[in-house]
Design a protein around this ligand. Structure first.
Ligand SMILES: Nc1ncnc2c1ncn2[C@@H]1O[C@H](COP(=O)(O)OP(=O)(O)OP(=O)(O)O)[C@@H](O)[C@H]1O
Ligand SMILES: [Mg+2]
Length: 313
């Protein structure tokens, strides 16, 4: 089966970059079709660079990418007709109203007017933008502009959608409406590459995820695969008094408001639960969240790269 994205040994060094630091360093990645694929990583990790190369907006320094079986650089025109992107920093055209932005985008992609009108109406309704349909973009709030861009891209019939931080600045209700629209799109067997710093969002929507750090892929797989890669796959919170020394041997312990947080393994989690029952303290236990995984993996990579004081002194 053709992959939505196949990137091989992708490298990007921006001409302006200081000391030739690579924004992407030998990135190899395959995105299957028909799902939501989450792209996460710290600021400057290289996510937008990757998305822009895939979207044929930026040339890589070396490596190869194919999009829906088409070669980037050789078949860019064809690729562009099959993808749609919301770039990280973009605004809809100021002089149009909300409805016109979506409609113009769809007709420019070659959709016939009747279909474009129907899809525009549905997308505005889906993202609660109908009441703003005739309002000019210039007069919209920042979040409403972002929503207009989401409506525009999610209304399209593209086979592969790149959403680079689509919900940044959206209120919690609008955010969930975008989630629903993303789910609806993926049910239509279309592929969505979703970049986000909201890890709850990445977790709620993505079938697979890639964690990028300093231009490299550090972790890739389903949320369950990712959990299998951390030292401590369980998190336990304890509210009440529990001897901290006892917990130290079980995993990583830290203080939280009114209690303790422990990252641990399954057998140890059971043991802690048993003791908590004996002591009569309140406990909650579950698998780690994507945020926990992120903090663990990325935190360790920062620690490894930071010279120790003794080494420096
Ligand atoms: N036009 C550019 N010229 C020079 N360097 C750039 C350019 N765009 C990005 N970079 C650098 O490339 C690296 C990767 O940037 P990129 O925008 O891909 O990161 P990102 O993962 O999308 O970050 P964020 O989460 O902040 O959006 C960073 O070090 C950044 O400073
Ligand atoms: Mg970015």
């Amino acid at each position: 089966m053709v992959a939505a994205i196949r990137a091989e040994h992708l490298r990007k060094v921006y001409p302006q970059s200081t000391a030739g630091v690579a924004a992407l360093e030998d990135l190899t990645l395959e995105v299957p079709t028909g799902r939501v694929y989450g792209l996460i990583g710290r600021n400057g990790a290289g996510k937008t660079t990757f998305v822009r190369i895939c979207g044929t907006q930026l040339k890589s320094t070396s490596g190869r990418v194919s999009i829906l079986g088409l070669e980037v650089d050789r078949e860019d025109r064809e690729i562009r007709s099959r993808i749609a992107c919301i770039p990280q920093e973009s605004r809809p055209l100021y002089f149009l109203n909300v409805e016109e932005v979506v409609l113009l985008y769809l007709t420019m992609r070659g959709m016939d007017r009747v279909e474009a009108r129907r899809r525009t109406r549905d997308a505005l309704a889906e993202l609660s933008l109908t009441e703003y349909a005739k309002r000019s973009v210039q007069r919209l709030s920042g979040g409403l502009r972002r929503r207009t861009l989401c409506a525009m891209v999610l209304a399209s019939d593209a086979d592969l959608l790149f959403l680079d931080e689509p919900t940044t600045g959206l209120d919690p209700i609008a955010r969930r409406e975008v989630w629903e629209a993303i789910r609806r799109t993926s049910r239509e067997q279309r592929t969505i590459v979703l970049t986000t710093h909201y890890l709850d969002e990445a977790e709620a929507l993505s079938t697979r995820l890639a964690l990028v750090e300093r231009g490299r892929l550090v972790l890739e797989g389903t949320p369950a695969d990712l959990r299998g890669r951390v030292r401590y796959p369980y998190r336990v919170t304890i509210q009440g008094s529990f001897p901290r020394e006892e917990l130290e041997g079980y995993g990583k312990v830290s203080e939280i408001e009114g209690g303790l947080l422990v990252f641990t393994r399954e057998a140890e989690a059971r043991e802690i639960a048993r003791k908590a029952l004996e002591l009569g303290v309140r406990l909650s236990l579950g698998p780690v969240s994507l945020e926990d995984i992120f903090l663990d993996i990325v935190g360790r990579s920062i620690e490894e790269d930071t010279p120790r004081e003794e080494a420096a002194g």
